[in-house]
Design a protein around this ligand. Structure first.
Ligand SMILES: [Zn+2]
Ligand SMILES: [Zn+2]
Length: 294
């Protein structure tokens, strides 16, 4: 499997939109890996993890085409993780879709080429948001889902499902309220990864569920960084606790990798500095455009 990070920032982005603190100013001045957009990732070529506002822009900068993605796993319906307006651009004038560019020029759009069905998976909070978004934008939701070539599937914690050759197991998080966010254990071809963003600290039953797997890659939110208060997020202390837990339970081997993403400029120093700090614990710091094959 391969993961490509299309965004690695928390909700406010990095630098923060309205901030001139030392971290935000450094990121603006030095750019590169210090600049982060809202978090989103691509697994292999066909599965996306969250759909952020900037993910298509970051993908284009790196020469990545997201138009053929067939699975979209949503962690939770906060706007930095689910930006539903992007889905509306899937619409096309199907009568003309197989015509030449010249024939589509005056009557086609906003899409000129064919796309496969997109299967979206999320919890019932995700369902509520998507439904109200589509209702606000269109009168007939069912007709519209067909127009957009989307299928929504509701997930439930601990209940595995199959999609496009992957087996996926949802893990309940503690963000806003228990069950508002879900992380995902994703397995294919003998490889296993965990992607858990805006999870906060997990309840005992979910710790036990996660301990039943052996991971090649673990991606966790590092949102609160050096802050001691984790709130509905994870700080570095929480990341250290989780990594130790996985090691003790035999879930994390010599070749496993532990990666932090969803990083806030106010608790996480800029990439140039923070990558060295987390490396002391054997962790990797993600950056926009980073790819890991495992
Ligand atoms: Zn977030
Ligand atoms: Zn959130």
């Amino acid at each position: 499997m391969k993961i490509t990070f299309l965004g690695t920032g928390a909700g406010e982005g990095y630098p923060g939109l309205w901030c001139q603190c030392v971290h935000c100013s450094y990121a603006r001045k030095h750019g590169g890996r210090n600049v982060r957009t809202n978090s989103s990732a691509l697994v292999d070529d066909g599965m996306m993890l969250d759909i952020s506002h900037a993910c298509f822009d970051v993908a284009a900068v790196h020469g990545i085409d997201l138009s053929q993605v067939t699975t979209l796993l949503i962690t939770h319906p906060h706007e930095d993780h689910l930006y539903p307006k992007h889905l509306l651009w899937r619409k096309a004038n199907d009568e003309y879709i197989h015509y030449s560019y010249a024939d589509q020029l005056h009557c086609g759009g906003p899409r000129f080429t064919a796309i496969p069905q997109l299967n979206i998976f999320g919890n019932h909070f995700v369902r509520e948001l998507l439904e109200s978004f589509l209702d606000d934008n269109y009168e007939l939701r069912s007709a519209h889902l067909r127009d957009l070539n989307i299928q929504f599937n509701e997930i439930h914690e601990g209940i595995s499902f199959d999609t496009d050759g992957y087996t996926v197991t949802p893990v309940r998080g503690n963000h806003v309220k228990p069950g508002f966010s879900h992380g995902y254990i994703i397995q294919k071809d003998g490889k296993t990864m965990l992607y858990a963003l805006d999870s906060g600290l997990f309840d005992e039953d979910m710790m036990e569920l996660m301990s039943k797997f052996q991971y090649d890659l673990i991606v966790m939110e590092g949102t609160s960084g050096l802050n001691r208060q984790q709130g509905g997020h994870m700080a570095l202390e929480g990341n250290q606790f989780m990594l130790n837990y996985f090691k003790q339970k035999g879930c994390f081997g010599a070749h496993s990798q532990f990666v932090l993403t969803h990083l806030s400029p106010h608790w996480c120093p800029p990439h140039d500095f923070y990558k060295e700090i987390v490396a002391r614990d054997g962790m990797l710091l993600a950056y926009d455009g980073m790819s890991i094959e495992f």
